[in-house]
Write a protein that binds this ligand. Structure first.
Ligand code: PLP
Length: 423
């Protein structure tokens, strides 16, 4: 459920017509709905009713400060994967004690920053990393709260780039190794075991892979307990999918109540790390039609947003619904490719897509753009990154200015004249 709807034929974001936002802020622009983000956070939180729990929003899905602020304001925790994300969360008013730090290649300086900030937990991904965290904690005279990210070897039935819980993936430590690593951590005066963690993948539509992972994780928790290792929480990661097209993802309440019923008897707090399900359908990307062209039998709609603005179609062959923002009634439909200006044939937003006939100046809204949309945007082809606008009822706020051309080369340096002598 989201707050993007047609009224009298026009597409609106909550209380504001998308055409008005494009006129005021230009295109391409990401438009977020505050009401949708808040609703989705609450659904994820309430789904775990009946168990002590913490929802840690996965910052990498969409890391704009204002979005983080909205979530921090609701009491959300955060799942971070870098020092940059740590600083963002703290700047946005997030509580360090509600931060879990994931990621497979944390650097010493990032570990130090997180230790000094006093985060809830490091989700440790290897024996080597456990050693690095221990060393940094020792140097700082601190004790690092840790949880091992265990790889439950579950197939989440999703795109191979976002399946992370298989034995063959780079993530986590093997199930068989976990117990001895915990034993090692338990001996260290600079490590404090607080939990166990897994994250099996993203855009998972069924409950079954989660159930399989939970069963394995709870089994491990029991074995650790029997071995004298006390745990406070079980972190089940993120990964619940959303409907981009006609998918029918499991409802959060269905997954949540499954978690509650399975975990209740184990006396553990539950941590979850949802990203996509909170912000995915909370934004559209606005793009304007630059023109159309025909090559052979193919019709192309050329738009002013490219794979640098929204890479999901190119990277994951992802489907994003594309709609005309103005009244589409009365227009004929035909099959087109919607493509951007970037010099790559992979630069498309949609291929062989049925769309109403559009022309220069028409405004299009690309749905489901909130997660891994702006967050994965780049400056490829020296294209300034898009603006981000938040809609809150009838109010719009520019939460990230469109980059200027000067922003593109900020930090670059021209060579001195003497370095340019022909040699
Ligand atoms: C990406 C990621 C998430 C969030 O995944 P979603 O599919 O967006 O919910 C959570 N935890 C970890 C460790 C991740 O890498």
């Amino acid at each position: 459920m989201n707050h993007f709807e047609r009224k009298d034929g026009q597409l609106w974001a909550d209380g504001v017509p998308l055409a008005q936002i494009a006129a005021e802020f230009g295109t391409p622009t990401y438009v977020y709905s505050r009401a949708t983000i808040e609703r989705h956070y609450r659904v994820m939180d309430e789904a775990l009713h009946g168990l002590e729990h913490l929802v840690c929003y996965a910052v990498k899905a969409c890391s704009n400060l204002a979005i983080l602020q909205i979530l921090a304001n609701l009491g959300s925790g955060f799942d971070i994967v870098s020092a940059g994300e740590l600083r963002r969360v703290l700047l946005a008013g997030g509580d360090a004690k509600k931060i879990v730090f994931s990621g497979v290649a944390k650097r010493d300086d990032e570990i130090a920053l997180a230790l000094q900030a006093g985060i809830l937990c490091f989700n440790v991904e290897s024996a080597g990393e456990l050693g690095r965290i221990e060393r940094v904690a020792q140097q700082l005279g601190l004790r690092a709260p840790i949880s091992l990210r265990v790889n439950p070897d579950v197939d989440p039935h999703t795109h191979k780039y976002i399946a992370t819980g298989l034995k063959s993936s780079k993530f986590g430590v093997a199930f068989a190794e976990a117990e001895s690593l915990y034993q090692r951590a338990a001996q260290s005066p600079h490590l404090q075991i607080v939990g166990v963690d897994c994250h099996i993948g993203s855009q998972i539509l069924e409950v079954a892979p989660f159930v399989e992972a939970i069963e394995k994780m709870l089994g491990l928790c029991d074995r650790l307990k029997a071995a004298g290792i006390a745990l406070q929480h079980l972190d089940l990661g993120g990964g619940l999918g959303i409907a981009y097209r006609d998918e029918r993802p499991a409802a959060p309440i269905e997954l949540g109540q499954k978690i509650v019923s399975m975990a209740r008897a184990h006396g553990l707090h539950i941590v979850t790390e949802p990203g996509r399900v909170i912000v995915g359908n909370a934004a559209v990307m606005l793009t304007r039609v630059v023109g159309t062209k025909q090559n052979g039998d193919k019709e192309f709609v050329l738009v002013d947003a490219g794979m640098n603005d929204l890479i999901r179609p190119a990277l994951y062959q992802a489907w994003h619904t594309i709609e005309l923002a103005s009244d589409p009634r009365g227009r004929e439909r035909h099959q087109v490719d919607v493509v951007g200006p970037v010099c790559e044939s992979g630069d498309f937003l949609a291929q062989d897509r049925e769309l109403v006939v559009v022309g220069e100046g028409d405004l299009l809204a690309v749905s489901g753009a909130g997660a891994y949309g702006f967050a994965m945007a780049s400056n490829y082809n020296s294209r300034p990154r898009a603006a981000e606008v938040l809609v809150d009822g009838a109010r719009t706020t520019l939460i990230r200015a469109r980059e200027t051309l000067e922003d593109l080369w900020r930090g670059e340096h021209l060579l001195d004249a003497d370095q340019l002598q022909n040699r």
